[in-house]
Write a protein that binds this ligand. Structure first.
Ligand SMILES: Nc1ncnc2c1ncn2[C@@H]1O[C@H](COP(=O)(O)OP(=O)(O)OP(=O)(O)O)[C@@H](O)[C@H]1O
Length: 300
């Protein structure tokens, strides 16, 4: 059959079929971009293609083997990537219902700001990681303990108050899809030269944000200050209104462009009011967009 015959045999159903398959594959790849599930999906696609070729060429043994491998691999992938699948479904739901996403975001921001105010007033230090598109656990030294609870001020306070019986208070709290996902997460420490006012909590906040697109809220126990860190840049001390603004700016950031990995793009950093200017050989200099100075996360 030549190309002309093939085109002549095409019906409108084939076209609809092709367009739908293409759209589904494109949407799935966009949603999985930057997650650890994508390489696994590519592997499955390659195995499926190899199985198809083996069957077409009548290579029976390999064809049967690949069929069995694929059957089991799909079950294994569902178990291994159940978190990613859950997030994928949540995101699809949020994209289909922007209004419900907005309401969830507003309620989450209100809870976060109220919790931070309470903690700072009580001089309780905390590190809250708001996960973006990239899986921060891949870069954390210790993934902590699973919590999987709704975002509530009472829960956040209970998890952060230092007490010998509260084993989760040491480390960071991971907030994923507006839920408390984990506690006791240990962030990678930034290796940059930092202002001596900042100890390991702030170093961890900067470290985790250097290699992810997460927004990190850091509450200082010592000074009772609230700051945010994005793309390795730590803000100045914020009041509640400013904290709220920064979180909204981060939530409303544009999606990362193709191939972009790691810290929030310059666009998203600018959106939250902080931009990063590389200084010659001396790390980075941070400035608040509004003119207020951001603390130099990487200044030596
Ligand atoms: N890498 C890390 N990841 C997550 N949490 C951390 C990390 N390092 C330290 N912490 C948390 O920070 C707490 C206090 O650390 P430290 O006093 O050195 O930080 P700091 O930056 O000076 O903060 P603060 O101003 O609140 O004292 C630790 O008890 C621990 O709960």
């Amino acid at each position: 059959m030549n190309l002309d015959d093939l085109l002549a045999a095409l019906t409108w159903r084939d076209l609809v079929d092709f367009v739908l398959l293409f759209t589904i594959a494109y949407a799935a790849l966009r949603l999985l971009k930057g997650t650890r599930a994508l390489p696994a999906l590519v592997l499955v696609a390659l195995l499926a293609a190899a199985g198809f070729v083996a069957r077409e060429l009548d290579i029976v043994g390999v064809g049967v083997l690949l069929r069995y491998v694929l059957e089991y691999i799909i079950i294994i992938l569902i178990v291994v990537f159940h978190q990613e699948l859950r997030r994928l479904l949540v995101r699809v739901g949020q994209r289909l219902m922007p209004q419900s996403r907005r309401e969830a975001a507003e309620s989450a921001v209100e809870t976060l700001v109220a919790s931070c105010e309470r903690l700072v007033k009580g001089r309780v230090g905390a590190l809250l990681i708001l996960e973006g598109e990239l899986d921060v656990l891949e870069i954390c030294t210790d993934v902590g303990k699973p919590i999987d609870a709704p975002l509530r001020a009472e829960t956040l306070v209970a998890l952060t108050v230092p007490h010998s019986l509260n084993t989760a208070h040491d480390g960071a709290i991971l907030i994923r899809d507006f839920r408390i996902a984990r506690a006791g997460v240990v962030c990678p420490l930034s290796t940059r030269v930092l202002d001596p006012r900042f100890g390991t909590r702030h170093r961890g906040a900067i470290g985790v944000s250097e290699d992810s697109d997460a927004l990190v809220i850091v509450l200082s126990e010592e000074r009772g200050e609230m700051r945010v860190v994005l793309g390795g840049v730590i803000s100045e001390s914020l009041d509640s209104g400013e904290l709220e603004e920064r979180i909204y700016a981060w939530i409303d950031r544009p999606p990362p462009s193709a191939g972009e990995r790691g810290p929030g793009s310059s666009a998203s950093r600018a959106d939250m009011g902080v931009e990063l200017v590389d200084a010659e050989g001396s790390g980075a200099r941070a400035q608040a967009k509004s003119g207020a100075s951001a603390s130099p996360g990487g200044l030596g």
